[in-house]
Design a protein around this ligand. Structure first.
Ligand code: GAR
Length: 230
């Protein structure tokens, strides 16, 4: 059989989502990771993290969700899933540092050892980054270092790329620029708009974020002595 028909058969069998994160054996942590979460949006990634813990994959307890927006759907999900949550309204803080100080106080009070930004739409400062050195990770809807910042999905469509994706990375002061922990790639279809592409990216985010948290967790526990004290 000619090589070309082999290729077309493969493409027909796997028409979409053809590069997904390599998920191996999920590590166990003793005690389970103590995770804080920050969200500004609908909270679907919060729910994915929760599902990964209740199904026994991600060995973690979700200690506290912080939202910055009173209308954020993530807090409704947290209430339904019985995850403790707190509103820290950014509009009540005159500086980014003041907001981040409030976040650090809340996470320390909840005794979290690491923080996951799952759709946090505010720029963070060294106040938060330095409180959780190497222990603050972010989810972004592009294959970093491409399409940093706002509207990453729209940026990818405008650029006309044929493959985009999502990344989980360590947070540093430059927006969306810390070391990448894990990524998933997603094809851009000719008829995609922001909504359809974002939806396919999110499906991969829901697999990627729990796995990347477990990967980062192995590193946090290797450096266990560096746990942040309140
Ligand atoms: C996610 O798609 C995440 O990649 C994006 O916000 C969405 C939150 O969705 N994050 C960013 O754009 C950060 N720059 P969710 O609220 O349904 O989890």
């Amino acid at each position: 059989m000619p090589a070309s028909s082999d290729t077309s058969q493969i493409l027909e069998k796997e028409p979409s989502e053809f590069i997904v994160p390599a998920i191996g054996a999920w590590p166990r942590f003793t005690p389970p990771l103590r995770i804080g979460i920050m969200a500004s949006g609908s909270g679907s990634n919060l729910e994915a993290l929760h599902k990964a813990t209740t199904q026994g994959f991600l060995d973690a307890s979700l200690r506290l969700l912080i939202v910055n927006n009173p209308n954020c759907r993530a807090k409704e999900r947290a209430a339904r899933l019985q995850i403790p949550w707190q509103l820290i309204d950014h509009r009540l803080h005159s500086t980014r540092e003041s907001l981040d100080n409030a976040l650090v106080s809340a996470f320390r009070a909840a005794d979290v050892e690491a923080v996951v930004m799952a759709g946090w739409m505010r720029i963070v400062t060294p106040v938060l980054i330095d409180a959780y050195p190497g222990r603050l990770i972010n989810l972004h809807p592009s294959l970093l270092p491409s399409f940093k910042g706002l509207d990453a999905v729209g940026q990818a469509l405008t650029a006309g790329v044929k493959i985009t994706g999502c990344s989980v990375h360590h947070v540093q002061a430059d927006v969306d620029s810390g070391a990448v922990i894990a990524q998933a790639a997603i094809p851009v279809h000719a008829n995609d708009d922001v909504e359809t592409l974002a939806k396919r990216i999110q499906r991969q985010e829901h697999r990627l974020l729990p796995w990347a948290t477990a990967l980062a967790g192995m590193q946090w526990r290797r450096e266990g002595h560096a746990e942040v004290q309140g």
